[in-house]
Design a protein around this ligand. Sequence first.
Ligand code: ADP
Length: 355
Amino acid sequence: MADLKIKDMNKVYPNGVQAVFDFSMEIEDGEFIVLVGPSGCGKSTTLRMIAGLEEISSGTLEIGGQDMTNEAAKDRDIAMVFQNYALYGHKTIYENMAFSLDLRGEDPDVIYEKVMDAARILDLTSQLNKKPKQLSGGQRQRVAVGRTIVRNPKVFLFDEPLSNLDAKLRGSMRRELKVLHNRLKATMIYVTHDQIEALTLADRIVVMADGRVQQIGKPIELYDKPANLFVASFIGLPPMNFIKTRMVDSKTLRSKSITWSLDEREQELLKSYIGKVVTLGVRPEDVREGGNMDLVVQINENLGPYSLVHGVIGKKHMVAKIPKWLELKEGDTLKVSFARDKVHYFDAETTCAIR
Ligand code: ADP
């Protein structure tokens, strides 16, 4: 197990595409880090540079206090689990899990112990004599993880390991990975485009866009205090509602559809924005039932414990998540308000949160 120190890491591919810009972060021993962002944001490239599968164009990488910037992948003591976890079809599960140790020429008794240990942790003990095709997708994925556990690497890297599984299996494998991390207490870095995986798995999340880190923080920090419009819109489902307003005087934000009066704290916060454009953000669950705004219903989705009400306030499309079953039809009006201390403000020009 090990900590990582990554400093100003950049990747420029030979064709001139810069995929990662100045990636810097320190990862503690035993942390579960999730890199998340839309397709093409540079998260796999970042992971592959850590693994040694892509050259680091500039910057430095330390693993467990050792400079690994230019070390070959095999010398980094890192194990990677991919989306396509190709197992050897003609080998048994035991042989698949033992393979890398065999290659290393480890003692068969040691190999046996390590494979049995990993099989216990992953609940594969009764599958060891089978061939991969006799296992379910989830079990095969566990074997892929098992192959890495036996090597007892310093760091586990996961590149979208669950994206080939169906939704139900994805959920259960996600929970298994969490349990596995709790047991192994190993440093894990996990790449996904799925914000649910990020929120549920990570000790800390790194949100990336266009090759740049947007924010690093605990899931709750990213959810409650997104650093900019990108993070605010990417984390949270349904996404945050945004309203572009102008600050017409020291106490008032106004758009075509709403007028929002600021309390004293907010007036202080926004005092340099008078006359300027401010984007107001409010999560669907912070649009509360009751109040003086009219949400004219377009579609109401009852989902058991809550209803998602899609509609318009004035001309502005909004989604409200109301924690009960509502009988509403198109054209009905629901009186709503925004939970005051949950409203986010963003500089419309820089897209940064105003704090
Ligand atoms: P993500 O994992 O977030 O989907 P990637 O790290 O795979 O993103 O890719 C980041 C950017 O780098 C994309 O614009 C992609 O097209 C580009 N890219 C990835 N691999 C290569 C490569 N081998 N050569 C050139 N450009 C690449």
